[in-house]
Design a protein around this ligand. Structure first.
Ligand code: NAD
Ligand code: ZN
Length: 363
């Protein structure tokens, strides 16, 4: 047995869970202020620009600064580098901390920028596993959308010039999380559903995978039962479902961290790379066609879709060229661990280029 057969997984060391806990932000971060010249930089999803009550509660002191970032595109290495350069230029001393407020997109920006303030060069140089050499600066995650598990993961997913791949490292996870479900108020219903389904799909892929162990099963079971409460047993979005989805996202993230995702994620990366399809909706488009791999999960997913009257786009691959199909198939096939988790070591017997082509044609 090799020494590294089992993953030594870093956890987020501090976490507050509670409705209204955002109001404790000042007390939580202030002990980490290095000096009056080393600011806290708040990276805030620009959807909150006009949300005066939220912005007023951000505890700005000294030269602390808010930077609004759009989540209309998924994070790119070139934007991470630009924000890092902007911060370095404006503040001679490295900041005391980076605080990300938003969905998965802002979680990934916060993690990546905190790392790139202490690691030289472009973030594109660090897309991969354990390429980050230096500990980042103190970084705090405050999710306003739940499902991706980005709040607990050891990666910051970025699209670079050559690939969409995360900064996977032991330095990537947040130092602190503030999980305040009242921040999930006002999310458009479709977005709530797509990102929520990311969590549901994490559970199905983890629980049906060959990498499953008792720990990832316990987290996955817990998350799955919370997802069912939120999406099968409730009609709308209330405080209870906000709280439950926030907890589900954390457990779902913990489950895949200790196992792996599967077919839907592998194929969804193909859509995202070629067509820019966003993670949540892309997973839904793929998962809708995966009855043969996840029969029970897909049946239940379709019930949830019908219950909430959400539209899953169809026909997004209908006008693609031969070459475009090939690109998506190459991306999907490159994700060996995902296939191995889903189907075992012999996955290549089932997953041929032709098989993937016929599945993409259904989407
Ligand atoms: P998102 O952060 O991209 O946001 C989606 C939309 O919801 C945006 O328009 C945003 O402005 C809006 N929004 C966010 N919070 C809101 C609120 N409270 N009220 C109203 N609107 C709100 O969506 P997401 O699904 O959370 O994240 C997707 C991103 O996460 C992708 O870039 C994906 O690559 C990444 N991701 C990362 C990991 C990881 O482990 N690091 C895992 C999965 C996905
Ligand atoms: Zn996902």
């Amino acid at each position: 047995m090799s020494l590294m057969e089992f993953k030594n997984f870093p956890l987020v060391p501090h976490m507050v869970f509670g409705r209204g806990s955002f109001n404790q932000l000042h007390e939580i971060i202030e002990p980490n202020r290095k000096s009056n010249n080393a600011p806290f930089i708040f990276l805030v999803d620009d959807v909150f620009k006009e949300n005066k009550s939220l912005i007023a509660r951000i505890p700005l002191r000294y030269n602390d600064k808010i930077i609004f970032i759009s989540a209309s595109e998924e994070p790119k290495t070139k934007y991470v580098d630009q924000y890092r350069d902007q911060i370095k230029k404006e503040f001679p001393e490295n900041p005391s901390g980076i605080i990300g407020i938003g969905g998965g997109t802002l979680m990934d920006y916060a993690k990546a920028i905190a790392l790139m303030l202490t690691n030289p060069g472009s973030s594109a140089d660090y897309q991969g596993w354990d390429l980050i050499k230096n500990k980042g600066i103190y970084h705090v995650g405050i999710p306003t959308l739940s499902g991706t598990g980005a709040e607990v993961s050891r990666t910051a997913v970025l699209t670079g010039p050559e690939k969409k791949l995360g900064l996977n490292s032991d330095f990537t996870p947040f130092d602190q999380l503030i999980l305040d479900s009242s921040l999930l108020t006002g999310i458009p219903k479709n977005q709530w559903f797509y990102t929520g389904m990311d969590c549901y799909i994490h559970c199905i892929e983890s629980l049906n995978g060959t990498f499953l162990n008792a720990f990832s099963r316990s987290c996955g079971d817990q998350s799955l039962s919370l997802c069912r409460e939120v999406f099968l047993h409730k009609d709308g979005i209330d405080e209870d479902s906000q709280e439950k989805l926030m907890a589900a996202s954390w457990h779902g993230g913990m489950s895949i961290a200790n196992s792996q995702v599967g077919v839907a994620h592998a194929m969804s990366y193909g859509l995202s790379f070629l067509l820019g399809t966003r993670h949540g909706i892309g997973n839904c488009i793929v998962f809708d066609q995966l009855e043969e791999f996840y029969p029970q999960g897909v049946t239940e997913f379709k019930l949830m879709v019908a219950k909430h009257g959400v539209e899953i786009p169809k026909g997004i691959c209908k006008d693609l060229t031969e070459k475009q199909f090939d690109i998506m198939i190459d991306v999907a096939l490159s994700l060996t661990p995902l296939w191995e988790n889903a189907l075992g070591k012999d996955w290549q017997k089932t997953i041929t280029r032709g098989k993937l082509r016929s599945l993409y044609e259904l989407m």
